[in-house]
Ligand binder design. Structure first.
Ligand code: CMP
Length: 136
């Protein structure tokens, strides 16, 4: 069933010139962009996006990282888009992500892991409403 998911191509990917490479992986798989925007977020937006992580020990440096420069926020659409994006992205810890995935092929960090994808259809609905209120 066609569904939508939120993807962030994080500041490390923008700095490293990997936006096109990463977007093309989603497109070649068959996912279509519904909307896509280069944006630099502040700490409040980071806190809202990562609400479930704000109390965790890894959060302060994660907050600094995601606010450190422009990122690309996108809504992608396609059959089982939430799960498909997570499979394409690979494991959160890029050091252990499988070859063939975005993180497995292109990153070597647990924090600077290039991409974010909504972890469930419920998270996708919340995150799309947060990032793109007109779509929510
Ligand atoms: P993401 O999929 O955006 O969801 C939460 C983010 O927190 C994750 O990708 C990583 O960027 C970061 N993260 C998760 N766990 C850790 C950790 N143990 N140490 C550092 N960063 C983490």
């Amino acid at each position: 069933m066609s569904e939508r998911t939120l993807v962030l191509i994080k500041p490390d990917a923008v700095r490293r010139g990997l936006v096109g490479e990463i977007l093309s992986r989603y497109e070649r798989k068959g996912l279509a962009p519904v909307t896509l925007e280069l944006r630099t977020i502040d700490g409040a937006m980071a806190d809202a996006h990562y609400a479930e992580h704000v109390e965790k020990a890894f959060y302060p440096p994660l907050r600094d990282f995601v606010t450190s420069g422009p990122l690309v926020a996108a809504v992608l659409e396609g059959d089982q888009a939430v799960e498909v994006v997570r499979l394409l992205n690979g494991a959160t810890d890029a050091r252990k992500a499988a070859a063939g995935t975005v993180r497995g092929d292109l990153a070597l960090s647990n924090r600077e892991n290039l991409v974010h994808g909504s972890d469930s259809p419920e998270s996708a609905a919340r995150e799309i409403a947060l990032w793109f209120p007109k779509l929510g």
